[in-house]
Design a binder for this molecule. Structure first.
Ligand code: ATP
Ligand code: MG
Length: 357
């Protein structure tokens, strides 16, 4: 079998991004040759330090190389100034737009032996809803009024529901390949508030239902719906009930941070920004200035993000290997970083996981 070569852009960014992204690179390089994968890495710049050096947080070169030369990328974290700085805006937000990365995918998972095991993924629509940022403020006799547009389209709702269905099927495939799991079969939960917002969320709901009734999902994926407020309640009471959650942008944003809080450390939670044939793996945490430079950042969020990126590049076997190695490290609980109550350095955690590959 000829090896497939994947070209991966590496964007460490700032703070602990510079400590965890190299771990992601080493992980990919350490994957067994039997998987038939080769990697080429391209170092790319973005973030606050880049802004200070070049006057832009996301150089054109970074975007064009990602577009023309890369199959995927790993993005670390960027520090943002606490108050608005002229000319600075978040590079990852810009990247999502420029590369049309329409889905934000965030798996939240504990080990199977945890007292209350969790294994869910939140699939958040990433291009519209209230985040179209069309706001205005005007004066009335009673004082100022501010308004924002919430835009929901059939196209965006359909493609996010479709990718949620695909993710549900793929998770089932990875489970079937032997990964221990708390779920019986694939389930997608559509989240909305269409009892109040009958047109916008109503369109999301109906469109998602239609997309998930397509032949490839019809008999294979169970579909349910839940109103977002009761979803939050159940998410905290009974998180084990969820497999794949699909949500419009705002609810997805809130749910995914809430869900991340269920697993104990931001250092464990990965994400991927996904478009047509392209994915950027990105740990959910930020640049963590409080621990930067100490060599104690938990690399697991990044390692899982690398696996997630591989899933979207259709390399499920490689992804499954990484998940298994990470889970084994956590199950054993011997080499854990300080955020998990251990004393291991980033390097020791990485070594332990690479050894398990
Ligand atoms: P930023 O503005 O870049 O988001 P922040 O100060 O909000 O920075 P975060 O990176 O969001 O910091 O992290 C929040 C908290 O979680 C910090 O106390 C940080 O040390 C901790 N944390 C985040 N990521 C990790 C990690 N990978 N390993 C260990 N601790 C982490
Ligand atoms: Mg933060």
């Amino acid at each position: 079998m000829a090896a497939r070569t994947l070209r991966i852009g590496l964007i460490p960014g700032d703070g602990i991004g510079k400590e965890v992204i190299p771990a992601g690179r080493r992980l990919l390089e350490a994957l067994p040759a039997s998987l038939g994968l080769k990697f080429e890495f391209i170092d790319l710049k973005a973030g606050w330090e880049t802004f200070e050096q070049q006057g832009v947080a996301l150089p054109e070169e970074t975007v064009s190389i990602l577009k023309s030369d890369c199959d995927g990328a790993l993005f670390g974290a960027v520090s943002s100034p606490t108050t608005a700085v002229k000319g600075y805006s978040s590079p990852i937000v810009a990247l999502r737009k420029k590369l049309d990365l329409y889905a934000n995918v965030r798996p939240v998972k504990t080990v199977v032996s945890a007292p209350k095991p969790i294994d869910m993924v939140i699939v958040r629509e990433n291009t519209e809803d209230l985040y179209v940022k069309e706001e205005k403020t005007y004066d009335t006799p009673d004082g100022k009024v501010a308004e924002a547009i919430k835009r929901i389209s059939q196209r965006a709702s359909s493609r996010i529901a479709t990718i949620a269905g695909e993710i549900a099927l793929r998770r089932q495939k990875i489970r079937a390949a032997g990964a221990p799991s708390i779920h019986q079969g694939p389930l997608v939960t559509i989240t909305h508030k269409s009892n109040v917002l009958s047109q916008t969320d109503g369109l999301f709901r109906v469109t998602a239902r239609e997309a998930l009734a397509a032949p490839q999902f019809k008999d294979a994926v169970a579909v349910e719906e839940q109103i977002v407020d009761s979803m939050v309640y159940k998410l905290f009471r009974q998180p084990e009930a969820y497999d794949v959650i699909v949500a419009p942008n705002l609810y997805g944003d809130i749910l995914s941070d809430g869900a991340a809080a269920l697993v104990g450390s931001l250092g464990l939670v990965p994400s991927a920004n996904v478009g047509e044939g392209f994915a950027i793996g990105e740990p959910c945490h930020g640049s963590a200035p409080d621990i930067q430079g100490q060599g104690i950042a938990n690399p697991i969020a990044t390692l899982r993000s690398a696996a997630l990126m591989l899933e979207f590049l259709n390399e499920e076997a490689a992804a499954a290997k990484i998940y298994a190695a990470v889970d084994a490290n956590l199950e054993e609980g011997r080499l854990l970083s300080p955020d998990l109550g251990g004393t291991a350095k980033t390097e020791e955690v990485v070594q332990d996981i690479l050894r398990r590959l």
